[in-house]
Design a protein around this ligand. Structure first.
Ligand code: PXP
Length: 240
């Protein structure tokens, strides 16, 4: 049964919209954990549009499950990760003009391979398992294996967007095939992006998936039913 990692970035998005103290993502993390979250995920973006450095430092002390830090493979952010020591670091591509993380990392191209593998090495040396947020693609997986990444997280955005269509079924098949390939390479598999109560179940049922990282759908649902119930509902949806 996959674990549920709750991404609380959008609690911080709401706080930053007003530039005040509320809502507090640290308090939100505690509510998520009490409601059954197996881990807390935050993305310390280079533009600091939502989660702030101080949030990550406080979460490192307060999170009692597992703290997964999503981050760009840049020297400045890697230095912060080495200092804070999350339980896992998920390396993601970052473009400042994007609304959210729109695609997976390009671990294959020689220019990016160097930066990403350097970050994986530095994290590993500090005892922090690294995960690469990639498309469910054989070439990307080969690159992840060459870097010695402990985990990959498959970008489920296309699956989520196309859910319920033949193209969505094809994307699901691609994710299943890539999961088997990763497992054969000894890489553990997480999934995330765009997952919601309607589309999460088939992903949760893929054999051997370790963790699903879900943010926007849970925080959006929390507006109507409260955060604890939104987490409980998602936990029930991924419980096999
Ligand atoms: N996993 C990764 C690596 C992400 O970048 C994101 C989005 O920040 C998520 C999971 C969560 O996606 P969503 O907010 O669409 O659930």
């Amino acid at each position: 049964m996959p674990k549920l990692g709750v991404n609380i970035d959008h609690v911080a998005t709401l706080r930053q919209a007003r530039g005040e103290q509320e809502p507090d993502p640290v308090a939100a993390a505690a509510v998520c954990e009490a409601a059954g979250a197996d881990g807390i995920t935050v993305h310390l973006r280079e533009d600091r549009r939502h989660i702030q450095d101080a949030d990550v430092r406080t979460l490192r002390r307060t999170v009692s499950t597992r703290l997964n830090l999503e981050m760009a493979a840049t020297p400045a952010i890697v230095a912060i990760a080495l200092d804070i020591k999350p339980d896992m670091a998920t390396l993601v591509p970052e473009r400042r003009e994007e609304l959210t993380t729109e695609g997976g990392l390009d671990a294959v191209s020689p220019s990016q391979y160097a930066a990403v593998s350097g970050a994986v090495d530095a994290l590993r040396a500090a005892g922090i398992p690294a995960s690469l947020f990639i498309e469910p693609d054989a070439g990307q997986l080969d690159a992840a294996a060459r870097m010695g990444a402990a985990f990959v997280e498959f970008h489920t955005g296309a699956y989520a967007r196309l859910y319920g269509t033949p193209a969505g079924d094809a994307e699901f098949a691609r994710i299943v095939a890539a999961t088997k390939q990763a497992q054969a390479l000894g890489i553990r598999v997480n999934m995330g992006h765009g997952l919601n109560l309607a589309n999460v179940r088939p992903i949760a049922e893929i054999a051997g998936v370790v963790e699903l990282n879900i943010g926007h759908a849970i925080i959006s649902r929390a507006v109507f039913v409260g955060l604890a119930r939104a987490v409980e509902e998602m936990k029930a949806a991924v419980t096999l």
